[in-house]
Structure formats: structure tokens, C-alpha cells
Design a protein around this ligand. Sequence first.
Ligand code: DLL
Length: 431
Amino acid sequence: MAYWNESVECMSREDMKALQSERLVKQVKYVYENVPYYKDLMDKKGVSPSDIKDVDDLSKLPFLSKADLRDAYPYGMLARPLSDCVRIQSTSGTTGRRVVAFYTQNDIDMWENCCARAIVAAGGTNEDVCQVCYGYGLFTGGPGLNGGSHKVGCLTLPMSSGNTKRQIQFMMDLKSTILCCTPSYAAYLGETLYDMGYTTNDIHLKAGIFGAEPWTEEMRRSIEKSLGIKAYDIYGLTETSGPGVAFECCEQNGMHINEDNFIPEIIDPETGEVLPEGTEGELVFTSITKEAFPLLRYRTRDLCVLTRGKCSCGRTLIKMCKPKGRSDDMMIIRGVNVFPSQIETVLIEKGYTPNYQIFVDRVNNVDTLDINCEVPEGVSDYEIPEKEHSLAKSIKHMLGITPKVHLVPAKTITRSEGKAVRVIDRRKLID
Ligand code: DLL
């Protein structure tokens, strides 16, 4: 089994706890002394750095939320002078103020090492050709995986996203073996490969490292088939550095969290109470090694479950399940909680492409749910009403509410090159 940093990735629980405690105590003091915004929050809560003696004291600290980052924009969370910082990255958020994250050179190294762990866990070595088609620029996807790929010594193709036919051409000509992009873009690349008249026999890919958006197990299987690869999940967010906070190993069953750098907690999103391992709730991260932008108890809004079990890969790092989506991605339709991933599961299971759009609206005070997806190959026009009816029934079975399904002509739903936008909630546009 190959690791990027075996001594940490396979560290005993006791040693990891000791390492986390040592780093946490130092980090809390550092933040208290250098980030007046967080010092105020601690003072208001009546906590001082001397109250934090080990990881078990973590829950004494106040939370940080996206609203705090917006309040503190742009420099309010900075713990180092700007002259010590070498990079900024930013969230893809389209509404309100963006979150701007700062990095020292050590922060970049830590982040790229986390991505290197992910690449090695997906089977990457210096023999590999790693095609990075996450966006480059302010988005962390391209720069993060690019840096990890360099560290591992892969031949790195910094493609960024878009220009899909050229991606396929490079993939074939330069014999890419590892693909890094969003799962929705991976699906589009798979589709384009066939549209260009090729098959998996014409490419050399063996693995994909996909993240930045929620995706289902059904989507994983569909991508694995269309590209002839093993598809690994990777998680992260701009606020904690970017991709590489957690990554999948050969088990492909949950992502190991780089807990030597990020301590995870699961909390009840309503009350803030810390929940036991194995319970679903909101994921919270405390970064214990970051210098420029060291967020303590940052609420991600991602819903997921943490589990610590024996993993056949030998890593002892705690695992997080695939996040279902952000707590604010959840739609409440006619009183029922609905996640887009539930709809995706049914669509792919029933043989539809992973291209779909969900429209939610309110007509005469009643919520409506419309789902557009594409007619599968070989279905004739007269079969469409029956197909729509049967799909609506399967979705009702999953959600408990009946949608209106519309089968639209193949390839008419816009393909995503980055994070897919699947939900159009017109109720929110009106409010
Ligand atoms: O999406 C960082 C990233 C880049 C992760 C490339 C993985 C690969 P943000 O744009 O700040 O950063 O968005 C972070 O995306 O809070 C989750 O809601 C979602 N997300 C990220 N990875 C996953 C994943 C990047 N594997 C937000 N599964 C996070 C589900 C994910 N959701």
C-alpha cells in the first residue's frame, strides 16, 4: 500500500490525539493574539486560551460561520501581515460578498501535501500523467490538485475546465492516466469521448479524483463505466484551504480526513450541540496548522456523518461520508425535505443520463416540483408519456411527493464544466 505520509496517515489514535492537542493549544493562543475578531468572540463566550488544554476542550470555543467571514471581509480573519502571504483564493459564491482566503508559503505546502495524499491514495505515482480540469484561478480546485500533482511528481497537464473536445484529444495524445475535475464534468467528458467516436480503449485513464459538488454512488458507477476508471471522491472548501481536506482510498467508501491539519466535529445545525460519531449533522472544522487564515470551529453547512473504523487501506484517519449537500441545498417542497441527490439516484438507476434540472415553484400557494431529464437512446416519441409517468412514480417512491417529469430531447440540457447548477428554485427568486 502506498502513502504520501505514512507516519501521519497510519498514526495510532493516541498519537493523533496528542498531536492534535498540542497543535490546537498552540493555534488557539496564536489566533487569540493575532485575530481580534475571534478574540472578541472568545471574550464574549468567556473562554481564554488557557481553558483549552487538549482536543476534548474544543467545544468550549465559539463557532465561526460564513456570516462572520463576510463581516470580517477582506482582512478581518487574517492572522499574519500581508507581507507574509503569497496567495489568495476565493469562493465561487455568486451572491453577497465572496470569501477570500489567504495563504503563506507554509499554508500552500500543507494544502498541496493534502492533495498529494489524495493522489497517492488514488494510485498516483511519478509515472502518472495527471490531467487537471478543475477551474484554475480564484477557485481552489485547479491550483490545489495542480500543486499536489507536482509534489507527487506526476506529469501535470494544467488544462483547466472547458474546451471539452480538446480535453479528449490531449487525454489521448499525452496518455493521461489520472483525471481531476468535478463529477459532472467527468460525466460530460465520458459522453464527449463517445460522441467523438472513441471508446475507453482509446484512452489510458485509470483513476479520477472528483469533488467540489455532491455526487451519488450511482453517478460514480456511471462515470467509472464511461471512462473505464476507478472514481475517487475528494472534499474541501476554500475556507479550510481547498480540496484535500478529505480524500478517498482504495475502499471507495468514505473520505479520510487529514485530521493532523483539520479537526472535524459533527454538530446539530439547530442547537450547535456536538453529536456522537455515527450521527448525521453539520460538519465543523478547526484548522490547527494554518498560518494566514486559521479558522477555528468553522461551520461548513455540509451535512454528513463521521466514522472511525478499521480501513483496509491501513489509514487510521477518521472518515466522513459523502456529504449529502449543504444544509441550505435542501429543498422543502410541500413540507417534505428533498435533496437533489435523491432525484439523481433514481434517474441514474432507471437508465437516464446524469443531466437533469429541478424546477421548484409555488403556484396558488402550493409548491410544484418539475424535473427535466433527457430521453434515453432508443426511446420513441410515443413511449415518452409512459416513461414520464413511470419515472414520476419511482421518484414519488423515493421522496414521498409526486413530481412532474418532462423528458426533453437528448443533449439539450446544458452540460457543466465546473460545479453543476441543478436546482432552480423560483420561490427563492420571488422572496
Ligand atoms: O469546492 C474545493 C474543492 C475543489 C473540493 C475541488 C474538491 C475538489 P468551494 O468552492 O469553497 O471549494 O466549495 C466548497 O463544495 O462546502 C461542499 O458543499 C462542496 N463540496 C466540496 N467537495 C465535495 C464533495 C471547493 N466531494 C463546498 N462532495 C463544500 C460533496 C462537496 N460536496
